[in-house]
Write a protein that binds this ligand. Sequence first.
Ligand code: ZN
Length: 379
Amino acid sequence: MSKVSGTLLVRNANIFAPQPLGINDILVVAGKIVFISEDIEKPSWVEKEFDCDGRCVIPGLIDLHVHLLGGGGEAGPSSRLPEVTFAELAQGGITTCVGCLGTDDVTRHLEELLAKARALCDQGSTAYIYTGSYQIPPVTLTGSVKRDLVLIPEVIGVGEIAISDHRSSQPTLEEFVRVAAEARVGGLLGGKRGIVHIHVGSAPSGLEILRQTVQSTPLPISQFHPTHVNRTPKLLGEAVEWVRAGGTVDLTVPSKTLTWEFVSAVRKLAEVDPDWERFTFSSDGGGSMPKFDEHGHLIGYASGDVRALWEAVRGLLQEGFPLEIVLRPVTVNPARILGIEGSKGEIDVGKDADLVVLDENFHVVATIAKGKVIYSAAL
Ligand code: ZN
């Protein structure tokens, strides 16, 4: 029988789905997992084989906050940062990402962001985008957040809308609620979650506008997913209360090595969410990390690297947290919050074959996206 293209047999994978499944083989057809079992006899039509030699295999990571076009610009045009590349995402074990614009929606455009997401998909990855940017009224592709969500498959939500930040458009409650309501209805009509992804700055108002929104409107708390909440101890305290009230939050991982502050933020959230189900991690990759003094003057600049996402998770492993737990904020949780859990976030029959192979020190040695090996270190 002739070989069927796009078929792959992954051998001897020590699967963390995230829950541990032991050593199994995984059969992939047309980018989907169709069978998981011990010692699958290779069908004659299977084109490729990939032997994991008993290494840990985890679901492809989901990074729900990436400045795919590069962010920056807050120190003038020369501070604009370069695009995130397909290779960086693949090396970092990221098989699904969501692109956002950020502060600069003047020289960066949603049309360009959509093209970038489509390019990543063509290369083998899965990429979505948020419509809008920091500001309200939001920039859109088709005239409204609602229309973008209904009409454009890659648009998964709106964001990152900035609040409590000197770079925010300082929306009133009414303006903010209006955009969230559009995301709600657009999501319903488009068969999506229509998540409202919020950039939270370090101003004392914190999550206040979100609390007022869920108190004064019928919009559910699950519509909102605020990020950067580990920015200050005060904001983290508000985030813990938000999670206690049934909300979800996103932590931005440290840009290089794991920090004490990040570990402590995770521990605080785990106190109110012991099963690690209501928080996610993201890289803010490609984004600028400007540092301002107390007068609002720019004093320094760094850029986010998507590969820091896995490094943070690896750091938590070294802190002694179990693999099946630390995987949740970068796999099943973002999948559920974004509304893509039907195909993403777990190693299971019927899901996309997005897999990451780890070595004994939990470094990424291979990334498989929709059944295609998109990164492989010398094994
Ligand atoms: Zn942000």
